[in-house]
Design a protein around this ligand. Sequence first.
Ligand code: HEM
Length: 202
Amino acid sequence: MLYKLINSLYFLWLLLAIPALGALLQFSHNPTTSFDLIHPTGEFSVRLMIIAMMISPLRQLFGRRGWTDWLLKRRRAIGVAAFGYALLHLVFYLIDMAVWEQVVKDAMIFSIWTGYIAFAIFTVMALTSNDSAMRMLRANWKRLQRFVYAAAILTALHWVYVDGEWRGALIHFIPLAALEIARVAHIFTKRSRKTAQVGTVI
Ligand code: HEM
């Protein structure tokens, strides 16, 4: 019973919501902390996006197993939570800026507009991450999901340029990049093995 509860999607949603509730609580106690909350919400969003993105290459590399199926069932929740944290990040940023003229001025800077475009992609993906959108878009749904790679690159650039250094972003993106490289290598070896097999049959 307890195991079933802990293993449920509801429990995962609760876990994913805890840092957000903490941030909102802190803000409600002291609204002047909005600037301090930009940083953790941005990092949570990136981490969740990376975890959600790692699930596909893991499944391709390790095949359908209990744990890869388990991860796949949770991918949508993790992706939507990544969007939720990006939204909080934006809200805290806007509250901190307070002056619209400054927000518009900022939006012209490379380090900030990369964040806005990544966020726009996140929004489209979150809005279409339900069964009815999947049915409606059919093959286009998968094409649309590939935009997450553009969002990941834009987020990495946003992070590096806003921070003025690349180590934080690099450490976070290395596991995903390594898995993607392994996935491509795996596809190529599989293809060349198939071609070699066809060659020996002929
Ligand atoms: C919607 C438009 C966005 C705006 C206006 C924005 C704005 C900002 C600003 C002003 C900072 C610097 C905060 C500081 O100096 O502590 C920042 C940092 C950051 N943002 Fe964004 N951001 C946006 C979108 C995103 C998105 C979509 C993500 C993640 C997917 C993200 C992830 C981050 C990260 C990881 C940092 C660096 C945190 C650190 O210093 O370690 N941002 N953002």
